[in-house]
Design a protein around this ligand. Structure first.
Ligand SMILES: *Cc1c(COP(=O)(O)O)cnc(C)c1O
Length: 392
């Protein structure tokens, strides 16, 4: 099957929503820009020329297809047949580049000559700066001033790649403030600017577009395995690597999304948005959010910076409500133990985000004997956090 046919087989949102979730909760001034993007995406996803360009870069630049690897010692330890989908082997070390390549190709086709993005931990900022350099486009990244300090290595990477990093001083000086600044930039510069969102979040069409672009993960698994596994497991921050793995399989096999329980859901210091949040609006779409008793967006907490987000993609909210995907959560301590277990059994140092998915395997193995885990990224970026935790 061609990529166009595979993409056409994925479910489409209806009126910009997955069930009641999604939509376009943005300022009136942004409606023309997201309308233009929606039309461009609608056309691109049906266009073989678009996918030829994207698939070519994914192969030659990113190094796809990523391997699906039978982890034999981990399988023996867990008591199930476990396969790892190795997104950590991609150029830049995680799945985020899949989405950035796709949106950059779309930006070029739309005649946009400038990329902007927001970033929390900096991983999406680095992936965006990477494709901006590849395409020769100027790039500006909005990042909370607090995060700029905490994630100084990623800031340095973005600068080396030629991006301009704007530390955002408003609000709590973290991700959600950076998102607001990026939206403000977009409103001001819609004519020539493409806003590259890093997960299946944001107003329609972003959750749909990012899921389609990340679906290369699940589409490859289907072809590589030659059969449908009994279960799929992936960590959920905004939800893009999970949505990409699950999308071709939803309704056909069991899917498990693993959120970050941080220090434990009862402590309130966690990022289990679907497990413990409420329906609300964040970043332009309706989904589940973590909120305070006063109704403000709450602070999320996780040892892994990439799961530390108080929202989640609207399609996940829909999958939760329809029972298509099961969502559970794992704590910081459980993720660290799982990271060590994977390192010792397979010689693979995964990202702290990914470790949450590994930590759920014993539970999933009670219900399924063939399991594919999305290995969303490599652990090098987390070595300082890990070593501080182990020595404390
Ligand atoms: C950013 C990131 C995540 C979380 O983002 P999703 O959109 O939920 O996939 C997970 N794993 C890694 C390695 C990341 O960099």
């Amino acid at each position: 099957m061609s990529t166009v046919d595979e993409i056409a087989a994925l479910p489409e949102p209806v009126n910009g929503r997955f069930g009641e979730f999604g939509g376009q909760y943005v300022a009136e001034t942004l409606m023309p820009a997201i309308g233009e993007l929606d039309a461009a995406w609608r056309a691109a996803r049906r266009d073989a020329g678009f996918w030829a360009e994207v698939d070519g870069l994914l192969a030659d630049y990113v190094g796809r297809p990523s391997r699906v690897y039978h982890a034999q010692r981990l399988s023996a330890a867990v008591g199930a047949e476990i396969w790892l989908k190795r997104e950590d082997l991609n150029h830049t070390g995680a799945h985020k580049i899949n989405n950035c390549i796709g949106q950059a190709v779309l930006a070029r086709r739309m005649g946009k000559r400038r990329l902007i993005a927001e970033t929390g931990a900096g991983q999406h900022g680095v992936a965006t700066a990477t494709v901006a350099a590849l395409f020769g486009l100027p790039c500006e990244i909005y990042m909370g001033a607090e995060d700029v300090v905490r994630q100084s290595l990623n800031v340095e990477r973005m600068k080396l790649l030629g991006a301009k990093v704007h530390p955002v001083q408003s609000g709590t000086r973290t991700l959600k403030d950076a998102m607001n600044e990026a939206l403000r930039d977009w409103v001001t510069n819609v004519g020539d600017t493409f806003y590259l969102i890093g997960s299946v979040a944001g107003p329609h069409p972003y959750p749909w577009m990012v899921r389609d672009l990340q679906s290369v993960i699940g589409r490859e698994v289907r072809a590589q395995l030659g059969r449908v596994p009994e279960a799929l497991v992936a960590c959920v921050g905004g939800g893009s690597n999970a949505a990409g793995l699950f999308a071709p399989f939803v309704g056909k096999t069991k899917c498990f999304g693993i959120e970050a329980a941080g220090e434990g859901v009862p402590t309130g210091r966690h990022a289990a948005t679907l497990g413990a949040g409420k329906v609300g609006v964040l970043h332009g779409s309706k989904s589940y959010v973590l909120s305070t008793p006063e109704g403000q967006i709450a602070h999320a907490h996780s040892i892994s910076a990439g799961l530390d987000y108080p929202g989640v993609g609207p399609e996940h909210a829909y999958w939760k409500e329809t029972g298509a995907v099961t969502y559970i959560s794992r704590t910081d301590d459980q993720a660290l133990a799982a990271l060590e277990r994977l390192a010792r059994t397979e010689g693979i140092l995964c990202a702290l985000e990914t470790a949450h998915a590994i930590a759920a395997l014993d539970e999933v193995a009670k219900q399924a004997k063939t399991i594919v885990v999305g290995l969303s990224g490599r652990g090098d970026k987390d070595m300082v956090t890990i070593s501080q935790r182990r020595s404390s």
